[in-house]
Design a protein around this ligand. Sequence first.
Ligand SMILES: O=C(O)c1ccccc1NCC(=O)[C@H](O)[C@H](O)COP(=O)(O)O
Length: 214
Amino acid sequence: MTRVKICGVTDSADRNAVVTAGADAVGVIHGVPVDTPREVDEETAMRLVDGVPPFVTSVLVTMPTTVQEAVRRVDRIEPDAVQVHDGLSPAELGALDSRITQDIVAVVEANAPAIEDYATHADALLVDSVDADGGGGTGETHDWERTRAVVDSLDVPVVLAGGLTPENVAEAVETVGPFAVDVASGVEQSGGRKDHDAVGRFVRNATRAAGGAV
Ligand SMILES: O=C(O)c1ccccc1NCC(=O)[C@H](O)[C@H](O)COP(=O)(O)O
């Protein structure tokens, strides 16, 4: 069955709705040098992560420029996993891995060359549609067939992201066969605020679809 991460929660009501809907992971965005309504300050990130219950994974989504910066954020916020968007090379991800106990999800741009280089140093890859500044949350889909080839060629779990919605997620799962799917803007009522009904539909449609990796 395909796992589901709902990304970019900004308050406890949305976090709790995501958990109630049955998502496997909750993404909290902090430390990104891009303009996004989904980023929260450090205190809020700590509080949101702290309230994620057992058996649901809290994920800090961040864009560090150095390994040290990533370590400091992880040590302060204490998520279950860290998702690194842009900024760190595969070798730096390896260095980060040796300094934290959390799993590392490395974000790779869907059209990037040598995606496999990141697989060596990460616990999972998240294949996303990335904007010119390296940020996510674009609401744009990419070439799912290419991502299917990535899934087929690598042993590491692959998370599909970018432009997913309750309406297209079943087709995405069937086409790509990812370990998990991830959504931010596709389940919002307005920037940074989740539409709880859409979150529920997204989780149901993703988990009922055939094609996810076991
Ligand atoms: O969502 C953002 O605004 C964002 C900004 C900077 C770095 C990462 C960001 N999001 C990370 C995610 O994991 C999103 O869920 C992913 O990019 C998919 O977004 P969407 O296309 O809106 O579903």
